[in-house]
Ligand binder design. Structure first.
Ligand SMILES: [Zn+2]
Length: 58
């Protein structure tokens, strides 16, 4: 389930698996589906990420 996170008055959507954040829910959803299915992140998707958790974990 995609998580919402508010940072600086902006709502980001976080993939619940890799916890990268995206500006739109659709992309976060895609990332999450990909992460669950493959256990890795898709570069095509993660290049759209705008938020990176610290420490970054795969
Ligand atoms: Zn992900």
């Amino acid at each position: 389930m995609v998580k919402e996170k508010k940072i600086d008055n902006q709502t980001l959507y976080l993939c619940s698996v890799c916890e990268l954040g995206y500006l739109d829910r659709e992309t976060a959803q895609k990332c999450e589906e990909w992460c669950k299915k493959t256990g890795t992140c898709s570069v095509e998707i993660t290049k759209k990420a705008v938020y990176f958790p610290d420490p970054f974990k795969k």
